[in-house]
Design a protein around this ligand. Structure first.
Ligand code: ASP
Length: 439
């Protein structure tokens, strides 16, 4: 068995947390490839090292003195080094960083130093080889990472090593300029490493014991999810559920490698398993609920729309011409509704409306704002009768007006549109009916 272990920022925020991570790695000899994030928050009001680096580089870029800020960052690392009683010094690394900041090496370079330095400490602490991610993760000119070349480079390099630390979050262009993934991107690095070494498991260590069925800011102590499929996760992540970077599933998905989300502070908890497919029955009919506020519905009416071939295409063309992507398009006999992100649509609404008139000649157009979309996701829905019925009776009992319903033919999810103001109540009602009142 080979395991890749990725530790998030809060798992490596201090020497104490580092020791927990070290104990976890040492407890299992299969944990040989380690991907660290930069040190995160030690307490609620603390600042992540990545944010300190962005700020420090901002000062450097404006030509002001950034030494004090950089020293504060150095202290964060020194505290960890001292707490672990390591005999290494980052002096020369910080000299290089200061020089590169002065030479305006770029925001991505700046941010990447968080993971880079933490990787050096982790490698020294474990006695593993340090592999700079800039040498093994390659970005193409379009700014996307090159999955296949990266896989070759990474596989080639790691095949010669017994154990290694590969810092998360960044890679480099062919000309060696550093480029980072979007925030939280160390999750992607972990997945890339897992694919390259054909790991049996990708363990992603964080500060919660897995995914929750619903957002804990809305539901008090929600139940956690034992097993979730890649597809279910993607639906939930798209609708705003966080914990894992939404792009992190792609590299492992192609190899069928499961991801296990684990808690550094409670390593014995099983956490959540993210898998390709499973015969394990979910505990509840639904696997999870997630949602987002801030949508607009553009309702288009035209008598006999149903028999006019090409009507839908013409309507959508008006959105395309204005660079607006749509979320959902439920339709009736004489009506069609296009759901869009309000902030994207707001400034262009009149252009879109006149575009629809010009292209599709409808009878009327009506715009409704301040809507929320909620995704109820679950592989168990397919084989259970009455799921939609339960959702809508729960919503009706909570006095919520449902504005839109969309069920994909995969029967993996049901999307419901409600007013922004009903968002939280709707999620509570759905959670209660499926999780709390399960008999
Ligand atoms: N340190 C980076 C961030 O704060 C990347 C990561 O932690 O995954 O976004």
């Amino acid at each position: 068995m080979k395991k890749v272990v990725k530790f998030g920022g809060s798992s490596l925020a201090s020497a104490e947390q580092f020791k927990k991570a070290g104990d976890i790695i040492k407890a299992d000899k299969e944990r040989k490839f380690v991907v660290p994030s930069a040190p995160g928050k030690r307490f609620n009001d603390d600042t992540k090292v990545t944010d300190m680096l962005y700020e420090c580089y901002g000062i450097a870029e404006s030509g002001k003195d950034f030494k004090a800020k950089l020293n504060a960052i150095k202290e964060r690392y020194q505290e960890i080094i001292d707490g672990l009683s390591l005999k290494i010094s980052l002096d020369s690394e910080f000299e290089t960083i200061a020089k590169n900041f002065k030479d305006k090496a770029g925001k991505d370079y700046a941010a990447s130093r968080g993971e880079y330095l933490n990787g050096i400490i982790m490698a020294a602490y474990l006695g593993f080889e340090f592999v700079d991610a800039a040498e093994v993760i390659l970005f193409g000119e379009n700014g996307e990472y090159d999955a296949e070349k990266t896989n070759e480079l990474m596989r080639e390099r790691l095949s010669k090593l017994d154990a290694a630390v590969i810092p998360g979050f960044y890679g480099a262009y062919a000309d060696k300029t550093i480029k980072t993934f979007s925030r939280g991107g160390s999750d992607i690095t972990g997945s890339i490493v897992a694919r390259a070494i054909k790991a049996d498991v990708y363990e992603n260590w964080t500060d919660v014991s897995g995914f929750m069925i619903a957002d804990p800011r809305i539901i008090y102590k929600p139940k956690s999810i034992d097993t979730i499929t890649y597809r279910e996760l993607r639906e939930l992540a798209y609708m705003g559920a966080t914990v894992l970077h939404e792009d992190a599933i792609f590299p492992v998905r192609s190899e069928g490698i499961p991801i296990n989300i684990k808690n550094t502070n409670a390593p014995d908890d099983e956490g959540t398993w993210i898998v390709e497919s499973t015969c394990q029955k979910p505990k509840y009919v639904i696997t999870g609920i997630a949602g987002k506020k801030g949508f607009c519905a553009v309702n288009i009416e035209k008598d006999f729309m149903n028999s006019e071939i090409g009507f839908g295409r013409k309507v959508l063309q008006a959105f395309e011409e204005n660079g607006i992507s749509f979320e959902h398009v439920p339709s009736g006999i004489d009506t069609m509704t296009v759901f869009v992100h309000q902030d994207e649509f707001m400034h262009k609404e009149q252009k879109v409306v006149s575009g629809i008139h010009r292209l599709a000649d409808p009878d009327s157009i009506d715009i409704e704002a301040d809507l929320a979309l909620i995704a109820v996701v679950g592989r168990g829905m397919k084989s259970t009768r009455g799921t939609a019925g339960r959702i809508f009776s729960a919503l009706a009992h909570s006095n919520i007006n449902v504005k839109m319903i969309d069920q994909g033919s995969s029967e993996l999810n049901i999307i419901i549109g409600v007013a922004n103001a009903d968002f939280e109540t709707a999620i509570k009602a759905i959670y209660d009916i499926f999780v709390l009142s399960r008999l």
